[in-house]
Design a protein around this ligand. Structure first.
Ligand code: HEC
Ligand code: HEC
Ligand code: HEC
Ligand code: HEC
Length: 156
């Protein structure tokens, strides 16, 4: 047919496209991990890999079961909503085996991590210029870490 007389270039283009597609499928087959798409648009194996990470945090419920006294004191004060490991750091090993001693905390570093005055913090958040405020004394000289507010009726 006269229409296809000069059609060689169309077949060459189609062949190039087919080779391109096959190359793409081949490379994709080699590179995409086996478990991809098992559950969704991600590697299915990623779930078991993440679940196998060692656990570092015990969660405050664990602390509360053994340290009920601390929990109750904290519950009644201004640090009620600051969880144990937010200050004490990850302690899953200690919670599994209490003979593993938690590290002593250095309040000179700990307290200013949250309370150092900064213009970037919400105005309502309690913050102090640490050196002026404490005169270089350790924070726990005046504030109980588990119940930090100082008021006429005693620490809260
Ligand atoms: C299975 C019970 C148990 C669990 C769970 C547990 N602890 Fe303990 N913890 C102990 C015992 C027992 C001691 C050592 C005795 C003591 O000093 O009170 C201790 C000691 C500590 C100390 C040191 C006390 C000191 O005098 O220096 C800290 C801090 C502490 N625990 C914090 C935590 C935190 C935070 C958690 C939660 C992540 C936690 N514990 C979970 C039983 C437990
Ligand atoms: C705002 C920070 C902060 C939070 C929140 C906090 N702690 Fe503490 N905790 C401290 C500091 C500071 C000390 C004194 C220094 C030290 O022992 O490392 C301390 C001491 C302790 C001690 C030993 C001395 C004592 O007072 O009995 C235990 C046990 C303890 N914490 C358990 C807990 C548990 C359990 C929780 C959660 C219910 C908790 N802490 C939450 C800062 C905190
Ligand atoms: C992880 C962050 C964090 C750390 C660390 C921390 N605090 Fe706090 N603190 C808070 C939060 C949150 C509040 C409650 C703020 C609120 O409810 O407005 C608070 C409240 C307080 C208050 C009460 C302020 C008031 O309005 O009366 C004092 C005092 C205080 N903290 C002192 C300390 C001291 C001392 C330490 C070190 C032992 C410490 N904080 C460590 C987060 C922290
Ligand atoms: C010499 C005693 C003393 C020392 C040391 C001290 N404070 Fe205070 N702090 C106070 C008193 C008194 C108040 C006012 C009463 C209150 O709000 O609890 C206060 C209030 C605060 C408040 C609440 C401020 C507000 O605007 O609501 C924070 C936060 C605080 N202190 C953090 C710290 C930190 C962090 C340290 C350690 C760097 C520290 N304090 C050391 C006595 C002290």
């Amino acid at each position: 047919m006269s229409v296809f007389k000069e059609s060689g270039h169309l077949f060459r283009l189609a062949a190039l496209y087919a080779v391109g597609t096959l190359t793409f499928l081949f490379i994709r087959g080699v590179l995409v991990p086996k478990s991809f798409g098992q559950y969704g648009h991600y590697r299915g194996n990623a779930i078991t890999e993440i679940a196998a990470h060692p656990i570092h945090f015990a969660g405050h419920q664990a602390c509360d079961t053994c340290h009920t006294d601390v929990q109750q004191l904290k519950q009644s004060g201004m640090h009620a909503r600051v969880n144990c490991e937010g200050c004490h750091g990850p302690l899953a090993k200690h919670a599994d085996d209490p003979s593993v001693q938690p590290a002593k905390l250095d309040t000179a570093k700990l307290c200013v991590r949250c309370h150092a005055a900064s213009a970037a913090k919400p105005r309502g958040f309690p913050q102090v210029a640490a050196l002026d405020h404490s005169n270089g004394l350790p924070c726990e000289t005046c504030h109980k870490p588990h119940s930090p507010a100082i008021s006429a009726g005693g620490a809260k």
